[in-house]
Design a protein around this ligand. Structure first.
Ligand SMILES: Nc1nc2c(ncn2[C@@H]2O[C@H](COP(=O)(O)OP(=O)(O)OP(=O)(O)O)[C@@H](O)[C@H]2O)c(=O)[nH]1
Ligand SMILES: [Mg+2]
Length: 217
């Protein structure tokens, strides 16, 4: 097995050949990259482990900054991955120490982006294996369900529990949230578990027909 949990010899489902920062989007009518590629957005409560997951996924040590001060990122950050898709890293939501006004500033950006982005192909929602979903998590999941965009749920920090405990929690969370097994990816940024499964789920998302047009037919 390699560090990422792949049996030796199994091809990497997402070899990162090109990774380029495109820039930040600070307001819904502000700058955003020209839309030429499908986009995949990453969302989650602040401190859920999003930056760590993105670093592992991209096989970079400090592609996304692992923060010591939660709730710092206020913009959507865009990256070109392999000229194949645009990765949108959304600000972490629901950090308790952020004032109500700050939260009110973020919602239009997050929801505006997710609700209107013409090439949004899928969303990866992160949940911490140790915690029950918060009210903010439910608000986000309901919103994504309303939009109708295909969603993958990455369950983070599974190394923090014993393997059997982690499996039981993943099952419990999936059941509670009504998720199909193929929508759920248990993940650890520390051990690399789930990296290739997530990469492979993203490749499948990218291969799907546009959900907006298929829904109208
Ligand atoms: N044990 C363990 N700790 C993790 C894992 N992923 C992240 N952490 C820790 O959780 C904390 C938050 O990680 P980040 O990756 O910065 O989380 P984030 O969601 O990007 O946080 P913000 O950007 O501040 O909203 C850090 O102390 C990480 O070291 C994991 O898979 N296992
Ligand atoms: Mg972060």
């Amino acid at each position: 097995m390699t560090e990422s949990g792949t049996p030796t010899g199994t091809p990497d489902p997402m070899v990162i050949r090109h990774l380029e920062y495109l820039g930040p989007m600070a307001t819904i009518d502000g700058w955003r990259p020209e839309i030429t590629l499908p986009e995949i957005a990453f969302v989650g409560r602040s401190n859920v482990g999003k930056s760590s997951l993105l670093n592992k996924l991209m096989r970079r040590k400090s592609f996304a900054r692992v923060s010591t001060t939660p709730g710092r990122t206020r913009e959507i950050h865009f990256f070109d991955v392999n000229h194949q898709f645009v990765l949108a890293d959304l600000p972490g939501y629901g950090y308790a120490r952020i004032s109500k006004e700050r939260k009110a500033e973020w919602r239009p950006l997050i929801e505006g982006y997710l609700g209107t982005s013409p090439r949004l192909q899928g969303v990866v929602q992160l949940l911490d294996v140790r915690h029950d979903p918060t009210n903010d998590d439910y608000v986000m999941m309901d919103f994504l369900a309303d939009v109708g965009v295909p969603t993958i749920v990455a369950i983070t920090k599974i190394d923090k529990l014993k393997p059997a405990q982690a499996r039981a929690r993943v099952e419990e969370l999936s059941k509670r949230l009504g998720l199909d097994a193929d929508q759920v990816v248990p993940f650890s940024a520390h051990t690399g578990a789930g990296r290739d499964e997530l990469a492979s789920a993203l490749m499948q998302l990218l291969a799907m027909p546009d959900w907006r047009t298929t829904e109208e037919e």
